[in-house]
Design a protein around this ligand. Structure first.
Ligand SMILES: [Zn+2]
Length: 172
């Protein structure tokens, strides 16, 4: 990769001092020649090399893990727990296989999904039953087990320390 500074105003007068490389700065009329020079002295990859390079980049790619709370200086305990009402943002309670808003009384069977997504983005893409109970503010192991199983996602670990991957909605 090579960087150059291109000056398009041909009335520009430039005086270069110090250790700056004057070859890095060109006027617009010199651009075509500069590109030809670059092509001549730059080794160009053939199709198979480009393909190898593409696979190598794809294989070596890793998602950058960011501790978003640490990056923003937010304490884990400052994060509000519970399930939010999609209509009024009020607190929801689990009630008969659904969620009911304490404020507007609206009901929603899937309101926990947004809360779990928040958990995935803030803490971990995997969650165990005890952590889900704590985060969703639900006491029952069985209720939370049903919620997690119904996510229909990958599971890891044995029966006792089973973690469920939290599915994320596609970016909008
Ligand atoms: Zn509500």
């Amino acid at each position: 990769m090579e960087g150059i500074v291109l000056l398009t105003n041909n009335k520009t007068f430039l005086k270069i001092t110090g250790e700056h490389n004057e070859n890095k700065i060109i006027m617009s009329e010199g651009l075509i020649n500069r590109i030809k020079n670059l092509e001549e002295r730059t080794a160009i990859c053939d199709k198979s090399e480009i393909s190898k390079l593409a696979y190598l980049l794809k294989d070596e790619h890793e998602e950058k893990e960011i501790d978003i709370l640490a990056a923003l200086g937010i304490n884990k305990h400052e994060i509000l727990k519970g399930v939010q009402c999609p209509s009024c943002n009020g607190e929801m309670r689990r009630h008969r296989k659904s969620w009911e808003c304490k404020d507007c009384k609206c009901r929603n069977q899937e309101a926990h999904k947004k809360a779990l997504e928040d958990y995935a983005l803030l803490f971990s893409p995997y969650i165990e039953n005890h952590a889900a109970r704590e985060f969703l503010l639900v006491e029952s192991i069985d209720v939370v087990k049903r919620i997690l199983i119904n996510l229909n996602s990958c599971k890891t670990g044995g029966k006792k320390f089973r973690s469920y991957q939290i599915p994320l909605s596609p970016l909008k």
